[in-house]
Ligand binder design. Sequence first.
Ligand SMILES: *[C@@H]1O[C@H](CO)[C@@H](O)[C@H](O)[C@H]1NC(C)=O
Ligand SMILES: *[C@@H]1O[C@H](CO)[C@@H](O)[C@H](O)[C@H]1NC(C)=O
Ligand SMILES: *[C@@H]1O[C@H](CO)[C@@H](O)[C@H](O)[C@H]1NC(C)=O
Length: 205
Amino acid sequence: MRSSAIFVAIAATAVSAQTVPTYKSSLNMTIDPNSVPQQQRAVWCQGQTNTCQVLCDNNTDLNDCNQAQLTFDCTCAANNSAPGLQYYTQTLPTFICQQLFSNCIQANAGNADGQDQCKSNIQKLCATHNPPTIAEISSLADASTAATTAATTSAASHAATTSADKTASSSAQSTTSKALAAATMGPVGAGAFAMAAAGLAAYAL
Ligand SMILES: *[C@@H]1O[C@H](CO)[C@@H](O)[C@H](O)[C@H]1NC(C)=O
Ligand SMILES: *[C@@H]1O[C@H](CO)[C@@H](O)[C@H](O)[C@H]1NC(C)=O
Ligand SMILES: *[C@@H]1O[C@H](CO)[C@@H](O)[C@H](O)[C@H]1NC(C)=O
């Protein structure tokens, strides 16, 4: 009876002593690769290289992912810079973030304060927006071509209008890449993408 009470007290101390590290962004998160099954690492790297390709408008300077180390390189040819990988799912930083969060929740089982820290220090930094897909890129290209063809001065979504106006005299290809760049820039990428697509659709009407 007495010894079990002591055991509970020690266990509780051990759990509450567990502190959750803080991070600047998911780009700063690392995980021991050996704690992740090889098959899982392969899936993560596949997602990472696909998403890098898409976020770089299908034109990368560096795009590789090391399954053994869980490290990657991703820079876009357009500007020699990394795209905002931390803002999208299907990237290595986001996969690592989600895994660290899951590990943190497990490590803090039965400790509500600890789990709150898992949420505020880790989960908050895990992206929730899906990157645009190849299908979305082609449908945006189609909508964009239609919009450019029908382009006049009608008022559509501001972003779409600006983008269409700027590129009205250039080719449909450059309209596509500008619209895509605008759509994939910020942390609200998926929303902006949807808005731009909606704007372009309205424009085409
Ligand atoms: C976080 O990661 C970024 C990008 O990799 C790096 O520039 C920065 O120095 C890192 N910050 C910390 C505190 O590790
Ligand atoms: C570099 O270009 C890519 C693709 O156009 C874009 O997504 C990214 O935001 C750009 N990065 C910077 C730092 O401008
Ligand atoms: C990406 O580029 C490759 C060759 O560089 C091309 O074959 C492919 O069609 C492109 N994909 C898209 C969606 O533009």
